[in-house]
Design a protein around this ligand. Sequence first.
Ligand code: ADP
Ligand code: MG
Length: 322
Amino acid sequence: ATPMALLVGTGRGAQLGILIRGPEVLESTRRAQVVVLDKTGTMTVGRMAVTEVHPAAGTDPADVLRLAGAVEAASEHPIARAIAGAALASRPPVPPGSAVPSGAVGSAELPPVAGFVALPGLGAGGTVEGRSVLVGRARLLAERGVPVDDDVAGWQEATESAGATVVLVAWADAVGPADGDPAARVRGAIAVADTVRPTAREAVAGLRGLGLRPMLVTGDAEPVARAIAAQVGIAPADVVAGVLPAGKVDAVRALQAEGLVVAMVGDGVNDAPALAQADLGLAMGTGSDVAIEAGDLVLVGGDPRGAVDAIRLSRATLRTIR
Ligand code: ADP
Ligand code: MG
């Protein structure tokens, strides 16, 4: 990719914390009509924390957290880090005098996982303590034919409506392929909450003030997406939820097919294809390298108001040039 150059002409872009990948980007920035905003890590801080563990009937909640944490310790996903961290924090106390882990999340103090599989946009799986464990969204369990009982499903619905992400934990009591073990059952669910960025609402209002239509896109469940959308000021009709990473690209394409010039703001590995597809890709500087590589423009400090500044600045700059 072209190296990032400071915003052409002035030091204004740099002052605002905006890096732009070349002067031609200004044109698409100026023309953007719709701004597709990723939820996790873009509208939210992207640092998740476990808020609740809900075991299925007859299951020890400590088992739910420990087995899920052991699998997630092998994953880089923000949800995975939260679950592994919580599992680590709740492990039995270390005997006095022994070395205390620094607090870094690692698999050392959790049971080892064998045959770990990352299932992007869905979850993860592996074998822990002789059980095939699957951790992820409802869609993943449905795909593997793992039934979810009414109690867990009901808790999931209520928790998601309050804006927290719910991850289901299933396992089979024997070693088998983690993905597709016919004996697996749901053993519980874990609620993970994120924090809406303090400037997200202002960013959405600012985009609207410039005549753009802000939309929210996420792989997370519809009720969670709607709860976050309400907090940042996006209407339910402008929310696309439950999509796989390819679904984010499809969402951008669908808007382009309507003749709209589409900007996309994202931070994750799963946002990179959509950032590339958009007429203008804005990457959060706090995001993954893959997303930053895919962006035309980088919001260095990870403040979504940078999208508003970038569009305002590009309009002003082009006015000066012409
Ligand atoms: P987003 O679009 O919000 O950034 P992703 O596409 O990464 O989310 O993931 C979509 C959904 O898939 C998550 O909300 C979660 O339910 C599930 N998921 C993905 N990866 C994991 C994981 N490692 N552990 C548990 N759940 C996961
Ligand atoms: Mg994200």
